[in-house]
Write a protein that binds this ligand. Structure first.
Ligand code: PEP
Ligand code: MN
Length: 371
């Protein structure tokens, strides 16, 4: 159950104290208070957790200072869409960039940061092509313990400084341990906040519940959560709800393919038909990662890369973000070189994405005409 307070209510008011006293007295119920930044004003939402079935919605709504009370289904209480209240926000803003179920961002960049020179070449290409988001991996979770594990915090300062130099507003950065949150915060502080950071949780950590709790507790950075590659969609969406239940609602959900030999010869079985499913079940913007799904840079007989075909499938289904690997010299990349696209291919990639996005928008308009 969600109790939404009137936007004008003050924390030190009698009304607010009365509401809290009432909620504190409900038997077998605990509550979490969330401040939500709406497009016009800040809203206070109180989530009631426990045996809410026997609570009277009307009695709470009768208290002064309450705007409305919404009964929600058991699953995805915070991030889910609920029939009782389907007009709650499906977007958020971070560092001047709006992430929403209605728009699309391309997040191209290095799977793993290797040298400052390659980072700079990447950032420069992004700026020349009008891009303001990138992906840069400093902490790499690797299957083989002897593989390169990422440059870690030693590269953060130059990554953030170069991002600022080339007008990049958001650097998507995978973290594998809660200490990386603090390291990112410190590096931003040391460099004077030249850019913003979105914390990525990779597919191997989708159900690392302690990491989810730590990342969910902080409010500095939005979060990109990848679908687990060997668990159900429902389990992965519950992982996203963990983040929100700890307080951070700025969550984007990424599809990146699932592990099965039935996806061969692709690295994973592409699951982008789930884009509209995630948008139906939750209010999270949906990202697709065609690079880790397809895992190669092979060209189909029609001249398009298989990564582009997968991207188009996700975009034409309404995806809101594309996380895609590029590298100035894939043959020198320390991680995932074989799937990286070339910087010269960036304008082509973007033009191809635009075609799919326009097709999606037309499809949406036609659907509105017939509904
Ligand atoms: C990545 O994006 O670099 C990555 C490791 O992805 P995933 O967690 O989907 O394998
Ligand atoms: Mn990778």
């Amino acid at each position: 159950m969600i109790v939404i307070l009137e936007p004008s209510i003050q924390k030190n008011s009698e009304e607010y104290r009365n509401i809290m006293a009432y909620l504190d007295n409900l038997p077998n119920i605990r509550h979490n208070i969330h401040e939500v930044q709406g497009s016009q004003q800040a809203l206070t939402e109180i989530y009631l957790i426990g045996e809410t079935a026997s609570i009277s919605k009307e009695n709470i709504e009768a208290l002064p200072g309450i705007e409305r009370v919404v009964r929600v289904s058991q699953s995805y209480r915070i991030l889910g869409r609920h029939a009782a209240d389907d007009n709650r926000s499906s977007s958020f803003e971070y560092n001047g960039v709006t992430f929403s179920q209605d728009n699309l961002h391309v997040v191209a960049g290095l799977c793993a940061v290797d040298t400052p020179k390659h980072v700079e070449m990447m950032m420069k290409a992004l700026q020349e092509n009008g891009q303001t988001c990138t992906r840069m991996g400093a902490y790499k979770p690797r299957t083989n313990p002897y593989s390169f594990q990422g440059n870690g915090k030693s590269c953060l300062n130059y990554v953030f400084e170069l991002a600022g130099k080339y007008g990049i507003k958001v650097v998507v950065m995978e973290i594998t341990h809660e200490i990386h949150i603090e390291e990112s915060r410190q590096a931003l502080e040391q460099t004077g906040h030249p850019t913003g950071v979105m914390l990525q949780i990779g597919t191997r950590n989708t159900q690392n519940f302690e990491l989810l709790k730590s990342v969910g507790k902080q409010q500095n950075f939005p979060i990109l959560l990848k679908r687990g590659f060997g668990i159900t969609l429902e389990e992965s969406l519950n992982a996203a709800e963990y983040l929100a239940s700890e307080g951070n609602h700025q969550v984007i959900f990424a599809l990146r393919g699932v592990k099965t030999h039935l996806g061969d010869p692709h690295r994973n079985l592409v699951d982008f038909t789930h884009v509209p499913v995630v948008k139906r079940l939750t209010r999270m913007p949906v990202c697709i990662d065609p690079s880790h799904s397809v895992g190669n840079r092979i060209k189909a007989p029609d001249g398009l890369l298989e990564v582009q075909h997968a991207t188009a499938q996700g975009v034409i289904a309404g995806a809101n973000m594309i996380l895609v690997d590029f590298h100035p010299h894939p043959e020198k990349a320390l991680v995932d070189g074989p799937q990286a696209l070339l910087l010269e291919e960036l304008p082509w990639f973007l033009e191809d994405v635009q075609i799919a996005r326009e097709a999606y928008e037309k499809r949406r308009d036609v659907a509105a005409k017939y509904s």
